[in-house]
Design a protein around this ligand. Structure first.
Ligand code: 23J
Ligand code: MN
Length: 260
């Protein structure tokens, strides 16, 4: 056991364990969730130069940033939703750090989402996945691959229509099953963890209401899920330590053991 971490570091250096970036680049054009009135909007990402090796700072370059907590690739903490508001260990600064390193399983819904922009993951799909790959282990992240991150045009990524966003996600029963499996959290490639039409589900926004109500996390705007195996990856998901924060942009990193 004493050399376990040395072995890990060597395997990473030798690329026996691959490190995969599941993070989208943050820039002013990064798509941000759009809520209908009367709900207050989240600010987009903005970046303002303080100095760049110039009169304002001759030897240094740095920027001021502004954004909503839920911008780009980001972490949803349990207190983000009213159902999770009383978890004392449910804010960005109080979640036990151990929960920021956990295994991840990937459910490939890319074919379904390509055919149907409003594709809903149901218990039937999850149970079929489990028949092939085994029961989702307690404490794992469950990541929904849709290839949605390949939509480079922000308008196509948000896919807003007359009746709200046409974006895939889980139905309420799928989220209930994941809560039953006692997962660490639920992650997606889309702008939010819930389906585009989830405002009309029962309960509304089940990936938020039920997951956070059970002290579980969310990850949104992930990418490179097509580079992960269905089981076996470990992901690192530490949000900024914002006091009483509801979430934050973060770098999401996956470790994948290269078997050959
Ligand atoms: C606020 C209200 C509704 C939703 C969201 C935020 C998110 O998706 C989010 O980023 O957590 S659906
Ligand atoms: Mn969020």
């Amino acid at each position: 056991m004493s050399d376990l971490l040395t072995k890990l570091a060597k395997a990473i250096a030798k690329e026996k364990i691959k490190v995969i970036d599941l993070t989208q680049t943050l820039r002013p054009s990064t798509p941000v969730i759009q809520l209908p009135p009367p709900f207050a909007p989240s600010a987009p990402f903005s970046i303002e130069e303080i100095s760049r090796y110039d009169d304002k700072g001759p030897a240094w370059y740095w920027n001021n940033l502004a954004m909503g907590e839920h911008t780009g690739t980001h972490f949803d903490a349990p207190i983000h939703w009213v159902t999770g508001k009383d978890y004392r260990d449910g804010a960005t600064d109080t979640v036990p750090v151990q929960r920021f390193i956990a295994p991840a399983v990937v459910i490939d819904c890319s074919k379904e989402a390509k055919k149907d922009e409003k594709f809903l993951l149901t218990p039937k799909h999850i149970l079929a996945w489990e028949k092939k790959h085994g029961t989702i282990p307690k404490g794992s992240w469950v990541l929904m691959r849709t290839d949605w991150s390949k939509r480079e045009d922000p308008a196509k990524f948000l896919n807003m229509k007359e009746d709200g966003p046409h974006v895939p996600g889980p139905n309420a029963d799928a989220v209930r099953l994941l809560v039953e499996r006692d997962v660490n959290g639920w992650g997606v490639e889309a702008v939010g963890t819930d389906a585009g039409q989830a405002f009309s589900f029962e309960p509304a926004f089940p990936a938020h209401a039920l997951m956070h109500g059970s002290n579980k996390f969310g990850l949104a705007s992930l990418c490179n899920l097509d580079k992960l195996p269905p089981t076996g990856a470990v992901i690192v998901t530490a949000p900024l330590k914002i006091e009483h924060g509801s979430g934050s942009p973060l770098r999401v990193i996956a470790l994948v053991h290269d078997e050959d």
